[in-house]
Design a protein. Sequence first.
Length: 393
Amino acid sequence: MNPPEHLMLPGPTPFPELVREAMGTPAIGHRGGEFKTVLERVFPRLKWLFQTQNDVFLLTASGTAAMEAGMINTLNTGDEVLVFCCGVFSERWAEMAELLGAKVTLIQVESGKINTVTSLEAALNVKNDYKAIVFTHSETSTSVLNPLKALCETVRKLATPDTLIFVDAVTSMGATSVPVDAWDIDIAISGSQKSFMISPGLSFLSVSPRAWRVFETCERPGLYFNFKKYKKAQDAFSTPYTPATHLILALDQALAMMETEGLTEIFERHARLRDMTRAGVKALGLELLVMADTDASPAVTSVRPPAGISVDAIRAGLKKDFGLIVANGQKELKGQIFRIGHLGYQFDRDIEMTLIALEKVLSDLGHPVTPGSAVSSARNAVQAAQKRPETVS
Ligand SMILES: Cc1ncc(COP(=O)(O)O)c(C=O)c1O
């Protein structure tokens, strides 16, 4: 018998038992009173998680659809958009804006580096009237966490007052604080298979009053993603089209669990898991793609394999001997890094288990390790984290 698989991915993430049970319940009519009661719980809890009074729309479609919904409802052909790129997902925003006919200016950094306030200031000193500026908070392909608060403050200080701030919070929402109102974010998006602990297939999108004003000038907002259709339906605790009912039943359970845990506790847990992972892999003599602790995502950690050992061999060993699934790098980072997800329904024991497994697999592959060093370094990181509590915003 082989060990059951456990996903240590930055999405999809493991399901809590309550989520699994919810997905296996009998069919439910999406226009009935019972489902309305579920939406009456889900919609306010999404606002709670996004820390906002803005509308937070629930889409039956993956995170990329929420990105497109944000853009298709606000951009017209020829609009100028500034996109901060630091990996695969931030580049997707640029591609999408271009396909929608926008004129895109890119600010690129090398893999593993954050987008800086200095580069934003420099860009806004040249031109400050972009229609929209896009930041990817946690860039899942490299594992950086961009300094979103400072970036948003800089936009509000230097850009024209109606500039829209788009934030890809797909792997940061529910892993670290993304206070949409306090940071004055116009469109923030996230997806269900991440900190939400449920299957892929739902996404979430907040819309600020500024974004609503821009929507009124949008020439072709389309139908499936049309903000007005969502607003009308959600104000009546409904959905504009047939929703993925069982994903929403699962979401109801997951959000209730998150509320019980509490925002601060959720953010502390993710920060601790990140710190444990980073300390553990360093103790194994491995190099991290994101060098500075302050730039590291609480959702995922990118690790370079030791010289002479392939990413494929490490991933295969973790899977075969321990049932642990970690991610490869994407695009040009494929085979250059492996990525350990610590997002959603994950605990200290999951990181310890992964580090023990990694130590064994590396040792089997001929990499010298000091037995027990990874877990003991991770435990030291827990103690350090206790002295440095996370705050909500
Ligand atoms: C940062 C980021 N943005 C966007 C996406 C796209 O989301 P989806 O794959 O759900 O369409 C992902 C998916 O992993 C992501 O990590």
